[in-house]
Design a protein around this ligand. Structure first.
Ligand code: PLP
Length: 419
């Protein structure tokens, strides 16, 4: 394998998506573009975002509240622009996707509908060390229902001496606890290790035993190929500030399988934005939901957040989702080869890659047995922007839309000299 900068630059010259980088604003460090490898945390700003926001401000200033119905792009229809590109990215039917609120809020809302404990079936199966917000969400929701989280929440852990949870252990746990489970709730791509779970198998196993299944896709949406409709999960939620580049605190996304859209017995917390569109403004008593995922909306959406989201989704469309995934695979293979070289450079046992070798997606997590924090700080000082997770893990995620192969090489080269 060629570990030279010349080779990385050659890969960049051959990259069919190379021109996309110029459509994003790359932050600057000491007068040079940062080597920004944190798309797993906050994706960068598309240059087109400003104009999309300005368009909303212009409509507002020109029409006031009539902006919902007037102007080039009335706000009442804005949600429709988001659904096409998003449903393509998450592998859903357009009416199975809605854009609303933020991730943790949406997860709570989905539990209202899909966590229905009854009789001996009261437990929720989830991964050990799920992202903290998911843990707090489950803990407080269960308490709110008058139950004890320690009794209700069952976690699957990695085997002794292993860093990641085996898919087979998840399936075995579902089978073993089938008579007690009211919900399987899983993170599709683990935020700490970068592990991608076999969501298809987990959803199929849970459904075959009549257990509802929900997925947190915070680190998966816009990162890996998903087939939510086909996999048959009951619900999934994601944020759009990571790989979907829609800005800090961006609006969240929700998938609800179409088999639930007409089920009026399903619990839900409602608001007027989920009310049947034809008759919403009659303002009548009695909730009558839109017969699609939009029926779970509650509040008037933020057009400013929608505008940020639309600008970013248009970049995905311009690049082509298939091409993005293709470049991601190539970046992953390139990064992996350089990481293997780093592993050979480091003293034995010093550097361990937590992310499984057959990983999909942009993120890779590296465990450093010693001096991890020093290495991290030194990389950041050089403008190589990655992140640090206690106690000793570095995470990075080169993304196809704005990272280059030379970015990956710069990380490798700086890391190697620090080792
Ligand atoms: C896996 C996962 N779940 C939940 C959250 C919380 O998302 P939010 O703060 O948008 O509610 C995050 C945030 O990074 C996350 O990574």
């Amino acid at each position: 394998m060629d570990t030279s900068l010349t080779y990385a630059e050659q890969l960049d010259r051959e990259d069919p998506l190379a021109s996309m980088r110029d459509r994003f604003i790359i932050p600057v460090h000491n007068g040079e573009a940062q080597t920004y490898l944190l798309g797993n945390s906050l994706g960068l700003q598309p240059k087109a975002t400003k104009a999309r926001i300005q368009q909303i401000l212009d409509t507002w200033s020109q029409y006031g509240v009539e902006g919902f119905f007037m102007g080039d792009d009335p706000w009442m229809k804005y949600h429709d622009h988001l659904i096409g590109p998003l449903s393509n990215i998450v592998g859903a039917l357009p009416h199975e996707v809605t854009v609303m609120n933020q991730l943790t809020v949406n997860l709570h809302l989905m539990l209202v509908s899909f966590y229905q404990p009854s009789g001996s079936k009261r437990k929720i199966l989830c991964e050990q060390k799920a992202f903290p917000s998911d843990q707090y969400m489950l803990e407080t929701f269960v308490k709110h229902m008058g139950m004890d989280p320690d009794e209700v929440i069952l976690e699957v852990s990695p085997r002794d001496g292993e860093d990641t949870i085996r898919d087979e252990d998840v399936l075995l746990a579902i089978e073993k606890h089938q008579d007690e489970l009211a919900l399987v709730f899983w993170g599709g791509l683990n935020y700490y290790s970068g592990q991608v779970f076999d969501m298809e198998a987990i959803a199929a196993k849970a459904r075959s035993l009549g257990i509802p299944v929900g997925i947190d896709l915070a680190h998966a949406a816009g990162n890996i190929r998903l087939h939510l409709h086909q996999w048959g999960a009951d619900f999934a939620c994601w944020c759009s500030y990571k790989y979907l580049n829609s800005g800090p605190g961006a609006v969240g996304g929700v998938f609800i399988h179409e088999r639930h859209h007409h089920d009026i017995k399903l619990n839900r917390l409602a608001g007027w934005w989920g009310y049947d569109k034809e008759t919403r403004f009659l303002m009548e008593k009695g909730f009558k939901p839109v017969q699609s995922a939009e029926g779970w909306q509650l509040s008037t959406p933020s057009m400013l957040l929608y505008a940020c989201h639309l600008a970013a989704l248009e970049e995905v469309q311009l690049a082509g989702w298939g091409k993005i995934l293709g470049k991601q695979e190539q970046m992953k293979n390139y990064l992996w080869t350089l990481l293997e070289d780093l592993q050979q450079t480091a003293p034995s046992g010093h550097l361990r890659i937590l992310t499984p070798r057959d990983w999909r997606g942009c993120q890779v997590s590296i465990f450093l047995a010693k001096d991890g924090r020093k290495i991290y700080d030194a990389l950041m000082e050089q403008g190589i922007i990655i992140d640090w997770r206690e106690p000793n893990v570095i995470r990075l995620a080169p993304v196809p839309l704005y990272n280059t192969f030379a970015d990956i090489w710069r990380f490798y080269n700086a890391f190697k000299s620090l080792l």
